[in-house]
Design a protein around this ligand. Structure first.
Ligand SMILES: Nc1ncnc2c1ncn2[C@@H]1O[C@H](COP(=O)(O)OP(=O)(O)OP(=O)(O)O)[C@@H](O)[C@H]1O
Ligand SMILES: [Mg+2]
Length: 266
């Protein structure tokens, strides 16, 4: 099977060794590509450099980071420099031949820089310029497929290139969706710090696209973004998305078998 695993930034510190073990077990007999997040690690580095992270709310209610140029540079340092190399070294330590790249290499991820953010502040809307986050337009799977064909496991940081050659910060789950499409993956597994989508205290086991769309207003925070990214993945042609906890025994293997987590299909 061809599998894309997205490792949540929510796991990139304490739980990482456990997650890496789960990923490495799942590489046996499969072709694997890893994509990761890194929100908490960007915040951590930013705070340590004396820059307080800024979040803004869109008129739709979506909260997002305001990524000015300095924050973008911090995001590159935290994700490409730190999180990516940590995952690569832990995989290599377990005998998985990992190669770390960013989405800008190749380039693999091409995005439109947002620049302008519309911010809702109470009753008022305001335009905030100078944002360096991006919306992915397309993924080019050539470099990744080449690495996979040589037996390597590519590990991709969610930094993309804009058409003007600028580096932009992109959402990890969206990056994973576009990469899964570009390499024709059979499944996208999003490992995070919760066992799936939880509603009324229980993990939702299976969802169709229609059902997921209807549930969106009831979901909050990071999971809401994740469900949106899963819907986008299905729309561009990824056959199945499984959201699961990376901390459970055999997490990735059982997710691929669709025996755990929340499975979303068309
Ligand atoms: N209904 C819900 N079910 C499950 N998790 C939920 C729900 N509503 C909100 N969440 C939150 O969503 C979080 C997962 O998304 P989050 O974006 O924080 O993690 P991630 O995608 O793994 O990390 P990153 O975005 O840094 O890569 C959970 O830790 C949980 O707190
Ligand atoms: Mg997330």
């Amino acid at each position: 099977m061809k599998i894309v695993v997205k490792i949540g930034g929510s796991l990139a510190d304490d739980g990482l060794e456990k997650v890496i073990m789960n990923v490495s077990v799942a590489t046996v007999g499969n072709q694997m590509v890893v994509v990761h997040g890194g929100g908490p690690q960007i915040n951590d580095l930013s705070e340590r450099l004396g820059k307080k992270p800024v979040y803004v709310t869109a008129p739709s209610g979506f909260k997002s980071r305001y990524t000015d140029e300095e924050t973008r540079n911090i995001a590159v340092m935290a994700m490409v420099g730190n999180v990516n190399k940590k995952i690569v070294s832990l995989l290599n330590l377990r005998g998985v031949p990992a190669v770390g790249i960013s989405g800008a290499d190749g380039p693999t991820l091409i995005a439109k820089r947002k620049d302008k953010l519309i911010v809702q502040e109470g009753e008022k809307k305001r335009v905030l310029r100078g944002d360096y986050s991006g919306k992915i337009d397309e993924a080019n799977g050539e470099l990744i497929s080449l690495l996979v064909s040589l037996g390597y496991v590519p590990v991709v940081a969610p930094i993309a290139m804009s058409s003007d050659g600028e580096l932009v910060n992109v959402d990890g789950d969206r990056a994973a969706a576009y990469i899964a499409k570009a390499i024709n993956a059979d499944v996208l597994v999003s490992v995070t710090d919760v066992p799936g989508l939880i509603l009324d205290g229980e993990v939702v086991r299976r969802l169709s696209m229609n059902e997921a769309e209807k549930l969106v207003p009831m979901i909050e925070g990071g999971m809401r973004k994740k469900i949106f990214a899963a819907l986008e993945a299905l729309k561009i042609g990824v056959p199945a998305i499984v959201i699961c906890s990376g901390l459970m025994e055999n997490a990735v293997v059982s997710a691929i078998r669709m025996e755990s987590g929340t499975v979303i299909t068309k």
